[in-house]
Design a protein around this ligand. Structure first.
Ligand SMILES: *Cc1c(COP(=O)(O)O)cnc(C)c1O
Length: 410
């Protein structure tokens, strides 16, 4: 058997959601797939490979240093571990036991999310600040920079800032307050690429560490990510991920990462050992990053525009549906198609329609976060050519085709 469809007995689905982990993340570019295949046949000194990665990530992000991780969540764990342990191998070896260490991370209450488990995995406690009263109160105020300052104390290891388009206060203000207390700021920017300008934006705003996903829209392997920022923190993060089963006297540190630091010793397998980045992920991510940084953004925007237009055309005749072009609520630059179902007229809820799309052949996944309003949203970023037509066909099978003549007569 040749294809994995045959040998594993599983068919891919049509993904009108986006590069969500649940659906396998984004697609790697062909050059990335080739790099991964090549690297899979290498034996390589992983420290040396990370040293090359450091140079490439520095050039792409403007940060002092950077490493490839096996995802943004891994980058958050490693970044937190770095803020707690610094370059002290004894502390590294004790994590996640952080007794007697700086073991608190300050976060805005409205930025809490399920990925902050990665930060807590390092053994820290989250200290929440702000009163997000937009749901339960007047909806006027939220978190302000001084509240971070008031929460930072001698147990604070870091401030965690989740960068989304609606995050506030501005990162620069949080950085100013944190740095006044000599506290590093770790930014979760997992899903903020593209735009390509965000590769540099958070570093330029003063972040000490920034975590990006490689497996979302930059075209890297699904299980890849980047941690970039201050060199001492990146060096600590790498030491806590690298396999160091070598005599310390024989070890060659990765180029450019540890120069100038004197370590009392090398840690044993660190807290990051369980999220090691393989050579295939590293090679693939580095090729993806270079291509992403060089590519004119218009190219992919045009491709996504073509997919949404094809989808609009494909659903134009489906009964009970109105299709409209919208832009992503969080990412204004990505076009989306909103399908409004006339629920009462057709006797089916949008949620049930999504369920039937998921159960059919081919399986189709759409965004259901606005299903309560009768809306299903389709995004273009993980649609392949031919997918829009297949979605239109399947919707036609479920809902029927509009009778234009009746309509005209009515
Ligand atoms: C996707 C995401 C993550 C996790 O990224 P992985 O690369 O899948 O580990 C973390 N934080 C936010 C905000 C995300 O959107």
């Amino acid at each position: 058997m040749t294809s994995i469809e045959e040998s594993l007995g599983i068919a891919p689905l049509i993904n009108a959601v986006g590069p969500n982990t649940r659906l396998g993340g984004g697609f790697v570019r062909p050059e990335v797939a080739r790099a991964m295949v090549e690297a899979s046949q290498w034996s390589v000194d992983m420290a040396e490979l990370h040293g090359r990665g450091n140079a490439i990530i520095r050039a792409a992000t403007g940060a002092d240093a950077g490493i490839v991780t096996c995802g943004a969540a891994a980058a958050l764990l490693l970044g937190t571990a770095a803020c707690v342990a610094g370059l002290d191998p004894a502390k590294m070896d004790r994590l996640p036991d952080t007794a007697e260490m700086r073991n608190e991370v300050v976060i805005a209450r409205n930025q809490r999310n399920s990925y902050d488990h990665a930060v807590r995995s390092a053994g820290v406690r989250l200290i929440e600040v702000g009163v997000p009263d937009r749901v339960s109160g007047p909806g006027v105020r939220d978190v302000e920079a001084w509240e971070y300052g008031a929460a930072i104390g001698e147990r604070t290891a870091a401030v965690l800032y989740v960068a989304r388009s609606r995050s506030g206060p501005p990162l620069q203000e949080v950085v100013r307050v944190a740095h006044a207390a000599a506290t590093p700021v770790l930014v979760d920017a997992a899903a903020e690429l593209p735009p390509v300008s965000n590769l540099r934006r958070f570093v330029e705003a003063g972040a000490d560490l920034v975590a990006f996903s490689g497996g979302k829209l930059i075209g890297g392997p699904q299980a890849s990510g980047i941690l970039c920022g201050r060199r001492d923190l990146i060096a600590s993060a790498l030491l806590q991920q690298l396999d160091l089963d070598i005599l310390p006297s024989d070890w060659e540190p990765p180029a450019g990462l540890l120069d100038g630091y004197s370590l009392v010793g090398l840690p044993h397998h660190g807290i990051g050992r369980q999220c090691k980045a393989g050579k295939e992920q590293i090679a693939g991510l580095l090729v993806a990053l270079r291509l992403f940084a060089e590519e004119p953004p218009e190219r992919r925007l045009a491709e996504w525009g073509d997919r949404t237009n094809a989808l609009l055309a494909a659903v134009g005749n489906v009964a009970w549906l109105e299709a409209k072009l919208i832009s992503d609520a969080l990412r204004g630059d990505i076009p989306m198609v909103a399908l409004r179902l006339d629920e009462s007229a057709c006797g089916m809820s949008a949620r049930e329609l999504a369920f039937r799309l998921r159960q059919g052949t081919p399986r189709i996944e759409v965004k259901i976060e606005r299903a309560d309003e009768g809306l299903l949203i389709c995004g273009p970023t993980c649609l392949k050519e031919g997918d829009p037509a297949a979605i239109g066909r399947r919707l036609g099978e479920i809902l029927g085709v509009r009778n234009e003549r009746l309509r005209a007569a009515g």
